[in-house]
Design a protein around this ligand. Structure first.
Ligand code: SF4
Ligand code: F3S
Ligand code: FES
Length: 253
């Protein structure tokens, strides 16, 4: 079955822009990205949109559909009523480059600020051994496709540009949690306590566990329950551990 849908698509660039109205054909089984491609092919050849896999795996086609951050290639047109207006806008948290394409370099900057895995001393590569339960814990976080929908949706930066310097966002706090839980990571031997650093250097304390990041994640990663809350618990345990406190006082002398 085919019907004609009413789309509103944000068009503009760094100088500003506005929603433009389009009537466009929709066929059974199509997703929002199909409709954007049809608009490109038939009405607005220069409409800018980022995409790659059309299979929910590259994380490129992130945008906001009726105000909700989504992957356009995984958003079926059948979830909307045929007479419903579908509004497509760029990710709100990041600066627009053009039309639906935003500059997500904030996320690459934050990624670079997280120190990498520190290999354990005296264990040659290929000889690392860890429990299956630890492997599985990390594997959940490794499903991330870097769509940055969680980064876009978190209110700490979504409405507060001023927080961007001090808050890494859920995706990168999750990365710190993953490394902090890694049984072979030897960062602590070099004086880097990852949970403390998450709190002091990457703004973990800004997260008030609203769980919007978890709700929006297309990979269904339990970001809040499995990464952020355990990381908070480890940071707090450390802060109020009398032995850690005593150790830090002695070290400061
Ligand atoms: Fe996207 Fe989920 Fe990764 Fe966040 S954690 S970037 S929402 S896949
Ligand atoms: Fe933001 Fe997720 Fe925390 S949405 S406030 S990082 S639980
Ligand atoms: Fe790759 Fe949508 S095009 S996730």
């Amino acid at each position: 079955m085919t019907h004609t849908a009413h789309f509103k698509v944000w068009r503009g660039d760094t100088d500003g822009g506005d929603l433009q109205d389009y009537e466009v054909e929709v066929n059974d089984g199509e997703v929002v990205l199909d409709i954007i491609h049809r608009l490109q092919a038939t009405q607005v050849a220069d409409l800018a949109v980022r995409w790659n896999c059309k299979a929910g795996k590259c994380g490129s086609c992130s945008a906001e559909v009726n105000g909700r951050p989504r992957l356009m290639c995984m958003t079926r047109m059948s979830v909307f009523e045929p007479d419903e207006t579908v509004t497509v806008t760029p990710l709100r948290t990041f600066p627009v480059i053009r039309d639906l394409v935003t500059d997500v370099s904030f996320n690459y900057d934050k990624a670079r600020q997280v120190p990498a895995f520190v290999p354990p001393k005296g264990v040659p590569a290929g000889e690392y051994r860890m429990q299956q339960v630890d492997v599985e814990r990390s594997q959940e976080f490794r499903k991330c496709i870097e769509c940055f929908l969680c980064q876009d949706t978190c209110h700490v930066v979504r409405d507060h540009e001023e927080n961007k310097t001090s808050f890494a966002g859920p995706r990168f706090l999750m990365r710190i949690a993953e490394l902090d839980m890694h049984p072979l990571d030897a960062a602590a031997d070099q004086g880097l306590v990852r949970s403390a650093s998450a709190q002091e250097d990457h703004g973990l304390g800004y997260c008030n566990i609203t769980k919007c990041c978890t709700e929006i994640c297309p990979e269904h990663i339990q970001i809040t329950d499995n990464a952020l809350i355990p990381l908070k618990e480890r940071a707090i345990d450390r802060k109020y551990d009398p032995l850690v406190w005593l150790g830090s006082k002695i070290r400061r002398r």
